[in-house]
Write a protein that binds this ligand. Sequence first.
Ligand code: F6P
Length: 321
Amino acid sequence: MDKIAVIASGGDSPGMNAALRAVTRTALGRGVEVWAGWDGYDGLIDHRMQQLTTSSVAAIIGRGGSIIGAGRSPRFLLPEARQAAVDRLREDGIGGIVVIGVEGSLAGATELHKIGFPAVTIPGTIDNDMPGTEITIGADTAINTAMEAIDRLKDTAAAHRRAMLVEVMGRHSGYIAVMAGIATGAEMILTPERPVELEDIFHEMSETFLRNKRLFIIVVAEGARWRAAELTDLINGSPNAYEARYTVLGYIQRGGIPTRFDRILATRMGVAATDALLDGSSGVLATWRNNQVEMRANDSLEPREDPWEQSLARVQLLTTI
Ligand code: F6P
């Protein structure tokens, strides 16, 4: 293999650039050319490709976003589009691809692998919802961003004896919510994995008020039973000890300088995935388990745990005593 392609697919996440740098420099170090497809799989379909040199990826290890764009590609779901993209890659002499992304991105890479085009994946998403790996690139940074925001919100909540609802991203996963909630000692954390009843929230609020706590922080995962705005209305519409306000953190969690953890994770995964591709592997994902990167077959990944299980649920008690 003399040339490989690389794309960032799906939503961007902090650390994707560090992964791109590692892929590029690992391949160049082995005498292999690297071509980026712009904006995910769409760049392959439309042949928007750019050669990367060692200087193209200079000084990006600490930059958020993705210098080669990122995006979801409904068109790549069509077998004809995939075949046309592969034909074009082959015409260009490109013999394999590294896909940075999860879910749909991994599904796309698996399809490429099935039609005989070597493809490996590096999991990049803030949601940390990827089967088979303990952590994905970007989750740590997003949690830190949420944690800093919640710390600030605690100041103002306490000043006014308020309940403060903070909605964090995560799609169908409560991972960011659980970890940011633990890191800030939140009074409640609402996740899609463990729905709670409204009465339980109200009960917890009044118990906390009776203990003279001046604030009640609820971290709400975006996939939970209620969005933060909706739940705030429900709280304010009933007789509750605390008056409620909400903040939706949104895309702030996707941008920004990656933490040292995400930079190192991305670098290690980038090196391992590229070496795997150039050594002849395909249909594999870079995973993080027991502080090691391990390349695992896409079809061997066990489902994700409930984030509470992953975080030792007993820590939840600490906020309520
Ligand atoms: O998957 C990352 C993520 O930020 C989710 O947390 C969120 O639900 C989704 O992407 C938002 O997607 P989009 O960028 O398409 O609005």
